[in-house]
Design a protein around this ligand. Sequence first.
Ligand SMILES: Cc1ncc(COP(=O)(O)O)c(C=O)c1O
Length: 323
Amino acid sequence: MAAVAAANVGDAVAYGADELTRRALDGIRAASGAAAALLVFNGTAANVLGISLLLRPYEGVVCADSSHLNTDECGAAERVLGCKLLPVPAADGKLTPEAVATRLAGRGDEHHVQARVVQLAQLTEVGTCYSLAELKAIREYCREHDLLVYLDGARIANAAAHLGCTLADLAACADILSFGGTKNGALGVEAVLVMTEDLAAPAAYLRKQQMQLSSKMRFLAAQMDALLTDDLWLRNARHANAMAARLATGVAGVPGVRLAYPADGNGVFAELSADRARALQADWTFHVWSAGGDGRCVVRWMTAFDTTAADVDALVAAVAAAS
Ligand SMILES: Cc1ncc(COP(=O)(O)O)c(C=O)c1O
């Protein structure tokens, strides 16, 4: 907010031709190794723009069935790009080369949508993190099979914090990726990072068509610039991850509660009784992620840059007290 307020002093050239935008884009390119970077308003738009740069009209996107792209974007890719998603079951939210292979059968047959893009999310939708080895294996498989990789990085900062790697290490595993700001303390900004010049050529035109070119770009850039300064993006993510780890350890010690997935980043997915979840929802706001027919359910608890240890301990105590 301070960075946005500071950007509100004096005049600036519109549509991103200003000094602050130049600095933010230089910073994100330097950190990621991307050939081009474009700022957009939110994560759904970043996914639509990123995928639109990789896809022809008859091509499809292989993705995890649980991916945000498939489950939580109201069909944005299908509606806006007119493309077919090719979801596959993914244990722990992760794709594997073997899973991708199951959607390649119709390639070369004009009656079938042609699988062309593999979409990964890092973190995944269930809060798990691909190792660099897992990402590289998918990347390699895609190279061998003429597939392009789009990486949804709405929570990529949490992944970098978890793996102890650089943004460039992760970006090297994709052709195009998003770099999330909104889920990491920003007011609302994401960057689309295009790793090669040839893929970047139409990006500015498609961003405008997709209504993501801000005339007041400096306010998006101010947020990105602030996140990049002194690695705030990484420090925010490390803190959120540490709070999630504290929460995961705390609730895993409560009888009747079990972690549904490893808490690699800033999300804790816990399985507990539906009665206990309902009782907790009287005082705490959270999603029931999935409900089983056995009176049990999985809930999703997220931590952020501003979550405190006291917040976490209060939730753990509430979980222990509820029944
Ligand atoms: C992995 C992932 N991708 C994309 C998005 C979409 O972001 P937005 O809600 O800003 O459109 C989200 C939002 O939760 C997300 O978690």
